[in-house]
Design a binder for this molecule. Structure first.
Ligand code: DX5
Ligand code: ZN
Length: 224
């Protein structure tokens, strides 16, 4: 495991299952893997924290069994603490919680790490990065949302480039970016310090292998 801790300074791509065909999840992930994906971004939504509903631990367990790639659960739910044990049990590699939905963040992050997973915090577009300052020792990565969580295919919020830069000034942790990431926006985020490029609609609107590779290459080109 330890995907984020072993990243070094590499830039990697992660398909978001939200835009995939849920009836063929393993195949959809495999298609993106052929395009160089190294992580699966697994969006969990509860129709409370966000106005949308997706999948839970049972589907995560099936996907973990069906792919060699590590699965990264992005919990966009109220009260994530009650679901975390089931995702740990499902075998996901990492779990991020939305800081806005978490009452006792330290306890939540502790629970994730105690379960052998890497711990991340996701920040809504208007949530200041300073919210994380006292949590940094308990984090393995930071997820900067570049759209409002809930749906795929929304427009990239350009101010989030500067936010990635601010997070990177605060800490050395890998930054994952999620929302409106395409071959056009990925370089902006990488240039600001992002390393994990999550993309849903931009990957699954065409041939996922081709689209995933295009995004990863565009991001990596911004590094040199
Ligand atoms: C949104 C999800 C994202 C979503 C991104 O709440 O967290 O992972 O799939 O979709 P795109 O890449 O289409 O903006
Ligand atoms: Zn997500």
């Amino acid at each position: 495991m330890a995907f984020f801790r072993k990243l070094g300074d590499r830039v990697v791509g992660a398909p978001s299952i939200l835009s995939a065909d849920f009836a063929h999840l393993a195949d959809e992930v495999e298609r993106a893997r052929r395009g160089g994906a190294e992580l699966v971004h697994f969006d969990v939504m509860d129709n409370h924290f966000v106005p949308n509903l997706t999948v839970g631990p049972a589907v995560a367990a099936s996907l973990v069994a069906a792919t060699d790639l590590p699965v990264d659960a992005h919990l966009q739910v109220e009260n994530p603490d009650s679901l975390i044990p089931a995702f740990i049990e499902a075998g996901v590699a990492s779990i991020s919680v939305q800081v806005e939905a978490t009452t006792h963040l330290h306890r939540t992050l502790d629970m994730i790490r105690e379960g052998g997973c890497e711990a991340g915090v996701a920040l809504n577009p208007t949530t200041p990065p300073e919210m994380l300052s006292w949590a940094l020792p308990y984090l393995d990565y930071v997820l900067v949302m570049s759209v409002n969580p809930g749906f795929g295919g929304q427009r990239f919020i350009p101010e989030m480039v500067e936010k990635v830069r601010r997070v990177r000034e605060m800490c050395d942790l890998p930054v994952e970016v999620d929302g409106g990431i395409t071959a056009r926006t990925a370089p902006l985020m990488v240039e600001a310090g992002a390393q994990v490029l999550v993309a849903g609609s931009a990957v699954y609107r065409g041939d996922p292998a081709v689209e995933m590779r295009r995004i990863i290459e565009a991001g990596r080109a911004a590094r040199v």
